[in-house]
Design a protein around this ligand. Structure first.
Ligand SMILES: Nc1ncnc2c1ncn2[C@@H]1O[C@H](COP(=O)(O)OP(=O)(O)OP(=O)(O)O)[C@@H](O)[C@H]1O
Ligand SMILES: C[C@@](O)(CCO)CC(=O)[O-]
Ligand SMILES: [Mg+2]
Length: 428
């Protein structure tokens, strides 16, 4: 298979509706892909063939490594087989990547570079062409609970899987069905999970599953040596969701570690909290299987959002700014609010009641603006991992590292690579 450069891989962010954190403890959770996405441009420059470079302007980070310094010797290559991800990060590889990462002092940069190198060395053998640059841009807020790390890991796993010859070029065009399942998806999902492990230690796998397959899912991790169960929810009933970003930075790694300590220190009481979260996710799943929600179902779903948030507060993963959002939404009676993703800042979702008057939203927006919060309406259930390989001159002209670095807005990114006029996107 010849690899054509440049190409772009892409994957969506996600919204967890029920079950964040409890998902890590093998409890079911419900999440859906988001219309905001990450894009990874891969270009080849023959005059720079000793190096592999990354350009991650969203986190103000660029780095490059000599190809001959990469620890390809840690991977046993069997050309007849595609590499299988280990259960845990490979200790030898982790050890050998250490010196390549030692000069990086920001945890944000470190996590991104670690996932990048781990997946690069695992999926591309030493025959990977030198002179490659990987430029990443996301229309998602980074580190805000909407799965930016998983969409990044999926873009990387897809790109390296394609370069390494383990993932065939996707063939399904953009009008096809939304939730996807294929051998390629499974491969990308499993390796993106390794990327998530590099970034936050103990992921459940829900974020990379949604970013790979798209659509909406009920997801349950079954324990270390068993495969997780992912049930596609094909007809998610229409729900009016408002997403609000506190803009308060936080890291999923820290929050997941905090809950882990609580679960270790208070095993009995936290078990009840996690059980309650499981019950909520299961009840919500049964209701969300219906193609539409009657008044009674809507009322119940609103209550479940409230209960789930309360349980997350008791695990210590809320933040005063998330509580402020909840307070304003409660005061104006516009709906029920819960944190989404790892919490500790980042985003809240509000399930809106019907018939909220426009002037009430105006009032809410004023309150939010005064605190620097940003609200947006979300479209749920989008496409999963995709690739853009094009021979169209007008598209190729736009696919430059310089453009990727200089995009200033979501519109500019989407116009260049993601907008509907680009017919060459394919999904695995
Ligand atoms: N576009 C990007 N460019 C570079 N690095 C990124 C990008 N998106 C995500 N990352 C990496 O992922 C990290 C954020 O991941 P983290 O898991 O903490 O938050 P999140 O995935 O946005 O939220 P959640 O896990 O709660 O859904 C960043 O610090 C960075 O290392
Ligand atoms: C907090 C968490 O449950 C969701 C992060 O989006 C962690 C995980 O499931 O990997
Ligand atoms: Mg994450």
């Amino acid at each position: 298979m010849t690899v054509q450069f440049p190409f772009v891989t892409s994957a969506p962010g996600k919204v967890i509706i029920f079950g964040e954190h409890s998902a890590v403890y093998n409890r079911p959770a419900i999440a859906a892909a988001l219309s905001l996405r990450t894009y990874l441009l891969v270009t080849k420059n023959d005059s720079d063939s000793e190096y592999i470079s990354l350009e991650f302007p969203d986190i103000n980070f660029r780095c490059r490594w000599k190809k001959t310094d990469l620890p390809f010797h840690t991977v046993s290559v069997n050309d007849a087989q595609h590499p299988q991800p280990p259960e845990e990060l490979d200790p030898e590889m982790v050890n050998d990547l250490g010196p390549l990462l030692s000069a990086i002092d920001s945890p944000l940069h470190y996590g991104a570079a670690y996932a990048f190198l781990y997946l690069l060395v695992s999926l591309c053998s030493r025959s990977v062409p030198g002179g490659l640059t990987f430029a990443m841009r996301s229309t998602l807020p980074i580190g805000a609970g909407l799965g930016s790390s998983a969409s990044m890991s999926v873009c990387l796993a897809a790109a390296f899987g394609y370069i390494g010859g383990h993932v065939k070029e996707a063939t399904v065009c953009r009008d096809s069905k939304i939730a996807h399942d294929s051998e390629e998806c499974t491969f990308i999902d499993q390796w993106a999970f390794m990327g998530e492990k590099c970034i936050h230690g103990n992921p459940s796998g829900i974020d990379n599953a949604v970013a790979t397959h798209g659509g909406a899912v009920m997801f349950q991790r079954m324990g270390n040596s068993l495969p997780s169960v992912r049930t596609a929810m094909r007809n998610l009933p229409p729900m009016k969701l408002l997403l609000t970003n506190t803009k308060t930075p936080r890291r999923t790694a820290t929050l997941v570690a905090g809950v882990s300590k609580l679960v270790t220190d208070y095993p009995k009481s936290t078990a009840h909290i996690l059980d309650a979260m499981e019950a909520i996710a299961r009840e919500a799943y049964n209701m969300m299987l219906r193609p539409f929600l009657d008044e009674e179902a809507k009322r119940k779903l609103l209550k479940m959002i409230r209960i789930n948030h309360g349980l997350l507060v008791s695990l210590g993963v809320s933040h005063p700014n998330l509580e402020r959002i909840k307070l304003y939404c409660d005061e104006l009676s516009i709906g029920e609010t819960k944190l989404t993703g790892a919490g500790g800042g980042g985003c809240a979702i509000t399930l809106l009641r019907d018939n909220v008057k426009p002037e009430v939203f105006e009032k809410l927006n004023k309150e939010f603006a005064a605190h620097g919060f940003e609200s947006f309406r979300a479209t749920l259930g989008g496409k999963g991992a995709g690739i853009l390989i094009s021979n169209d001159e007008t598209i190729l002209e736009r696919l430059t590292v310089e453009n990727f670095i200089n995009f200033r807005s979501r519109d500019e990114i989407e116009e260049s690579v993601g907008c509907s006029e680009v017919e060459d996107w394919r999904y695995w």
